[in-house]
Design a protein around this ligand. Sequence first.
Ligand SMILES: *Cc1c(COP(=O)(O)O)cnc(C)c1O
Length: 479
Amino acid sequence: MRYISTRANSTSEGRQFCDILLEGLAPDGGLYLPESYPQVGAEQLAAWRELLRTDGYAALAFEVASLFVDDIPAADLRGIVERAYEPDKFIDPAIVPVTQLPDGLWLAHLSNGPSAAFKDMAMQLLGELFEYELERRGATITILGATSGDTGSAAEYALMGKPAVQVFMLSPLGRMTPFQQAQMFSIDDPGITNIAVAGVFDDCQDIVKEINSDAAFKQQYAVGAVNSINWGRVLAQVVYYFAAFLQVSADGAPVSFAVPSGNFGNIAAGHIARMMGLPIHRLVLATNENDVLDEFFRTGRYRVRGSAETHETSSPSMDISKASNFERFVADLLERDGERVAILFGKELRATGQFDLSDEPGFVEQVERFGFVSGSSTHADRLARIRETHAADGTMIDPHTADAVHVARTLLASGELDGPVVALETALPVKFSGTITEALGIVPPRPPVFEGIEDLPRHVVEAPNDAEAIKALIRAKLD
Ligand SMILES: *Cc1c(COP(=O)(O)O)cnc(C)c1O
């Protein structure tokens, strides 16, 4: 299996999995995609259904990963996947259990991992892959990241205790929820440095960009990233579409997935699973008030928002101004015309902040062919769905999951969607207890692993909003 950039031209050469793993973005600024999608037929699915039942999630993950990775020996890859999806690390040993609500809607629970959000599903595998490949190369890496909440803790839980990896995670001072702060700052590990920056999330991101543009510093400290455009993360996410499908569809009949979306990482994996032949009827893209993607699927226009137009919502992990993984889908939509993708996401977005594909011949049919439908929710919609779902049988859903539930139920009611629908649960309610309390008047239950984390000693240094100060912290730790 070879990987090529979404912006590749016909002369570009494919690269191997482990090379693109540590790299992230392609040198031409595009994102990596497999040259072609491996195909999975009905017989294979039936065998995997049995495998998932008898051997568990890691066994299925190994089968799926094997289709995309051919530069790691099978026995090693199996070890990597088994360490990533060790049942002990997850609140539920099924890793991705599915449940059904009284109205028939299914929930696939993706937030049973160490940080209680779906990002663990990808980050756990990425952490193991990084450790393996760095050891094989005798190399080390410095992961420099910025987080507003979920990504930072998922990355730290996945990368702690790995001697070849040093993590420096910037977060906006005093702006994460107390629970999110406690999750990150309670980690006591020599490889993890939490830095609370006197600024907002965008300032943290700007610092990361500025440090990455200092080529000498970047090279000296082998600065890398684990952001959501990394192909390894997308690959890890493809697995749970298979796992959920196999549990919901006993006979192989198609199901739809409703996905709370921000950067298009989660649903990009659903798109890939569907391209592989998994019988997915519809991919329901759900956004909050930051509806960049809903707008695209309704109108064909992709319009990046400015920071003034980016709303702070009660589903904060979806508060985005542009969708960093969206280019992967557009590449397929345009039948891998890399030169066209390069213009749209390069020159055109830079010059005008938008592009419009509605004039593309057959745009509506194309979107239909790829199975996409979309919708969005408001704060009031999410509160209503949290209440409605809780009233039906006591199930508590977090505000991100509520967004997917809202869009799925709305489209089902209007007849735009039919058949079984699986809404992806992307966080546990405990992470967003303020909104849960607003909706239900009660405090969400706290899984025992998170008992008392706010009382643990905090490991965090404060820093001014200044890239030089952050570089000094990195030098002081690593020199
Ligand atoms: C990151 C995140 C999302 C959005 O996922 P994308 O891959 O960015 O579309 C949704 N819900 C939660 C809880 C998240 O942490």
